[in-house]
Design a protein around this ligand. Sequence first.
Ligand code: ZN
Length: 481
Amino acid sequence: MTRIITLFCIFIAQIGFSQSAESYLEKIRNNEALLTAFFQQMPKGGDLHHHFSGSIYAEPLLERAIAEDFYLNLETMAVSKTKPEKGKWKKFSSIIEEEKLNPEKPENEKLDYYKQQIMQTWSIKDYNGAVPSDDQFFDSFMKFEPTIAGHFGEGMLELKKRAIAENVLYIETQLSTIPCDMNVSDLTDFNSKLRQTAVQKDEKAAFKLLDELYKSLQQKDAKKYALDFNNNFIAKLHKDLKMDDENFTMRYQNFVLRFMSPVDLFKNLTIAFISANDSKLVAGVNIVSPEHGENSMKDYWLHMVMFKYCHSKFPEVKYTLHAGELTLGLVQPEELTWHINDAIHVAGANRIGHGVDIAYEANSYDLLKYMSKNNIPIEINLASNEFILKVKENRHPFTLYKEFNVPIVISTDDAGILRSSMTEQYVLLAKRYPDVNYETIKKYVYNSINYSFIQDASVKKQLLKDLDTRFKVFEAKFSKN
Ligand SMILES: [Zn+2]
């Protein structure tokens, strides 16, 4: 009898307290700490919009700059391995030595002071609005970049460790531009010729010029640079560091820089496509640096045509484009109407990064319908958009994409500089958009694998299987009592 009563009590207890991850999420919807604990443990699939150098936290970079005794620019907080000609530079060892000899030195000449300044310049730590947020963000890269050169491995391991700790099983990182010392000085005439075609938006004429350029680049052995990068950098690092294991998978995107002149950019883009076409580890190609920069704006259409051209040569290579990382006030209003449109309709992007200006785009409903129908996902970066563009909550077009059933993936962009995490993106999502229920969030997580550029079908299948298992483990936490 006692046993029957006990069993009955257990049964009642389970009914009384049992809940699902779904109902628990609704209960904690407005509490950030509870949401953080929930999403920290929830499997989050992949991070598809991820800049390698912007994802490393400033602490290890600063530590390395001091350990390797870099020069510090005392005004800008940039570092350099060798002493640049211009500016006020001092070695870290000198700063430390001088402080030892004269402990009474003013506080703002001591190492601790510089360390604090560096943290606030290389990341958004304690950001106080003294400089515009977009400048603060984009300028930081060049300042810490010298500490990353030659140390990619350390960064990759740091990112892997962090991903595993927050239940992320895949990263598709924008690792590096492909080093290339090819001399193209004989081709510089093409810069003005290409820009002329852009004035008329004459795609046919641009293609003709790109054809000529492409041939010249082949003659200058573009392939050599791509294969050298694939074999001696990517494949080597990936293998030596054992990046892929049962807990984690990493793939890479090549990228080009928007601010470069058309010929230089096309040279790099051609090599990036050759590289992605040749290697299964290089999952795709991207275009980066501020979209509202002078050259970026001037050459935007041209860049889209270049992607279209490279696609015609390498139809298997996938590419995601930062497009519409713009908002009212940042550029003239008419510039908000066409970047996502052209990234899709001219360049033929497989995914769109940010897409913040969608509400301003010409025929935005048609564009959204097209994205939905053709399965072109949007990479949503909530923390990044909030800091750089000041776009958040219902000013952010997240709901617009959702309304039109555009596939959504949630990503970090630059978790290091932004001092954020994948968990925080989901916390922001759940808190700001209460209509997004658990099942939908789960769908976004699966999207991050389904819409990844992983080329090997068996790798993708395995990751989806891992995700199933991880969700089972996670959801079991809520059904036990
Ligand atoms: Zn980005």
